[in-house]
Write a protein that binds this ligand. Structure first.
Ligand SMILES: [Zn+2]
Length: 434
């Protein structure tokens, strides 16, 4: 028996859960305050929001550090020392996507309005609510003083919505992330109704079609070679990648069917949407999301470009998808059109459902929600791709988001989900034994 306590007894876990319960007002107020900082892209400035978080940590005697590669986009970490050598990380992002048209919001996007058990505003679900829950968890764990078993580091990053350039990606590449496991606070943990955790997330194979032709006066188009017309002809061929069967490891078969059931249960889908949801992991999803061509009404365009957002299930081979896209282009037989496929070495990431980490995080979620949990895979990407793929730290997701709220007008998060978040984020570091 070591002189150190590497795990707390269950009575102490119950006390922590009670403290989380009592922190309801605090987590609601913090969420509302965080929303009031406009951290939306294209700027994505997090400096004022980070200063607010730093002040909270200072007030509560929690040691924190700011890591910066761009002064307008700092990242902050709260470090709590434990008695054992293991370190548990938590990570969440502070940047948000733009609010869109103001008239689509019932309450202003950066008001942080609290009403009927919900907090409204851009970033409430994705993911300032979870960040507020993590701040409160850091406060609760810090109050344990010297009796904390594992070291714990709560990371709050910038730039997640643009691939983590000055946030998680940079932190991972520059070797600043050190730990044994990481809980990613992004995504939807199913609340009290469908408690679950994400084994990982999908990854992307961004694809660009480039069409070149010859310009001419719009009155004599036969003298030119219309790059836009050619691009339009090729687009349906690239979209056929959505028919390419993906192979993923057997250990993901169950999480995949649970994920599909989750997507179907969490939202009201039409029969066609249900069919699409059933294909969500067995085939790539493909969306032509950007087009650009032409300079003037009466000029035949000599250049056109289209970008495709293609998403792949973790454990599948992006290289095979790239080869298939190239073959689809040659089937189109349109001269002067090229394709560039950015195929990463692996698609997204995932951790094994049989790992001790997965079992112990599931245990924490189960204890907090009072219900059995299940494993699923997130369709969107998270900072976990950098933490797992670059820093090599096993990562699992448990988020406080509500279904269908991320990136939407009238985005909201429920108070119940936030309290649950505090419970999970403050108990898991206490029960993790590796
Ligand atoms: Zn997010």
């Amino acid at each position: 028996m070591s002189a150190f306590r590497c795990i707390l007894v269950s009575m102490e876990i119950d006390q922590i859960l009670a403290k989380a319960e009592q922190a309801e007002t605090e987590v609601v107020e913090l969420t509302s305050e965080l929303i009031k900082f406009n951290t939306a892209h294209p700027d994505g400035y997090t400096d004022e929001c980070v200063a607010f978080i730093k002040e909270y940590f200072d007030e509560h005697g929690i040691s924190s550090e700011i890591h910066v590669t761009d002064p307008k986009k700092p990242n902050i970490v709260a470090n709590l020392g434990g008695q054992c050598a293991r370190t548990v990380l938590w990570m969440g992002h502070l940047d948000v996507v733009p609010e869109g048209k103001p008239e689509t919001w019932t309450y202003p996007a950066y008001s942080g309005t609290v009403k009927d058990g919900s907090i409204y505003g851009r970033g409430s679900s994705d993911m300032k609510g979870a960040c507020a829950a993590a701040m409160v968890s850091a406060r609760i764990l810090n109050e344990l003083g010297g009796s904390l078993p594992n070291n714990v580091a709560f990371w709050f990053t910038s730039d997640e919505e643009v691939g983590g350039v000055k946030g998680a990606h940079w932190l991972a590449e520059s070797g600043k992330l050190k730990g044994d496991v990481c809980v990613i606070g992004d995504g939807n943990g199913g609340g009290l109704e469908m408690p679950s955790l994400d084994l990982g997330c999908k990854g992307g194979a961004t694809t660009r079609l480039i069409s070149r032709g010859r310009t001419a006066h719009g009155s004599v188009p036969f003298l030119g070679d219309n790059a836009l017309r050619k691009l339009i002809d090729v687009i349906p061929f690239i979209e056929k990648i959505g028919e390419f069967k993906l192979n993923y490891p057997d250990e993901l078969i169950e999480p995949v069917s649970a994920s599909i059931a989750f997507v179907k249960a969490a939202q009201n889908l039409t029969p066609e949407q249900e069919l699409a949801a059933e294909r969500l992991f067995d085939y790539p999803t493909v969306s032509c999301t950007m087009l650009s061509a032409g300079v003037k009404l009466n000029v035949v365009p000599d250049y056109a470009e289209a970008t495709f957002d293609i998403r792949l299930t973790p454990g599948t081979d992006p290289g095979k998808v790239k080869t298939q896209i190239e073959s689809l282009l040659s089937q189109a037989k349109v001269p002067g059109v090229e394709v560039e496929v950015h195929a990463p070495a692996r698609a997204g990431y995932y951790e094994s459902p049989d790992s001790a980490f997965a079992n112990q995080l599931a245990g924490a979620v189960e204890k907090a929600a009072g219900k059995p949990t299940f494993y699923k895979i997130l369709t969107g990407g998270t900072d976990g791709i950098s933490v797992s793929g670059i820093a090599g730290i096993p990562s699992l997701g448990y988020g406080t988001s509500l279904a269908g709220q991320a990136h939407q007008p009238d985005e909201r998060v429920s108070v119940a989900n936030l309290v649950l978040g505090v419970k999970v984020y403050s108990t898991f570091p206490l029960i993790y034994t590796g």
